[in-house]
Design a protein around this ligand. Sequence first.
Ligand SMILES: *Cc1c(COP(=O)(O)O)cnc(C)c1O
Length: 387
Amino acid sequence: MKSIPYGRQDVNETDIQAVIEVLRSDWLTQGPAVERFEQAVADYCGAGFAVATCNATAALHLACRALELGPGDMLWTSPNSFVASANCALYCGAAVDFVDIDPRTYNMSVEALEDKLALAEKQGRLPKIVVPVHFAGQACDMRAIRALAERYGFRIIEDASHAIGGSYRGERVGSGRYADITVFSFHPVKLITTGEGGMALTNDSGLARRLHRLRSHGISREPEAMRQAPEGLWYYEQIELGFNYRLTDIQAALGLSQLQRLDGFVERRHELARRYDVLLAGLPVIAPWRHPDAHSAFHLYVIRLRLDTISRTRREVFAALREAGIGVNVHYIPIHTQPYYRQLGFMPGAFPQAEKYYAAAITLPLYPQLRAEEQDRVCSALCEAVA
Ligand SMILES: *Cc1c(COP(=O)(O)O)cnc(C)c1O
């Protein structure tokens, strides 16, 4: 029997035709399709500006640079995330710290953040940037985090890699009501894809201009940004040290086409999630909790095993599922327990909620084309594995 992956892109004939059209056009690298994709995502989210990048990791790096994160500064994020949410600070020569998670949403805990900020203020070690991660596609408590940002003076980069298509308090994630910069990922396992790709959204025109410039080597062609008089029509200036983090028009065409189907993808993910809820109801597992303020994009469907009520370990259950051809996964190994982070001084035990969550978590397959029969197969395999 064919094994079921945990996530899979949904690329149709229309997407393919859109890419082919670009391949026949004059532009392959960043050009008119990238601009159209940026405008479409900005319009979809209700944001002022969008800057496409070669991946979300690059967008996080640019966001940190645009907010002037550097040596001596501190960035805080969630330990329950992909390593990129923290690495972006280290790229800038800044330090990282983590805020433990809420045991119900698995997102950064606002209470833990508040406590840590109060302590950091006394010690004179407040963060310059906080990166809330909308885990599994469900938005963090952004209103509360924003209030803390105003009180303690930090900036907010939302890592919304899981959350394009989701909303919070009636507004799309990415609207920029609460965050300075929002980052999306278009990796194939995420909600929509460009192969590899990312985007940074903001409502601040100055930040947008900075993100643009940093994306392409720190070079400007805007006469008003230049330090010297233009020497001719060929003239450009490198004003700061930037990167080549551009997206191609080939990728943007795919993204633009995918964006038209995003709402349908999210709806289908919810339908499948509700079906999982029902199928799993009698099993010794904890299903995802829905926060009333958020409409999740449902990037992931994560269950936690009630390990105290079964005689199997998570490792055994996971292995049995893989053996049955079910492409389960685990999101995430707490970042601070990675060898690279331990070597920076982080210790296991430092963020107990994230570690407790991790010890029992399993991500079940969830993607728009997952069929009901396949979902039934996942659930019966799980039922057997926990017995
Ligand atoms: C996927 C992911 C990233 C990195 O995205 P890329 O586009 O692969 O660079 C960053 N943060 C989170 C939470 C992610 O899930």
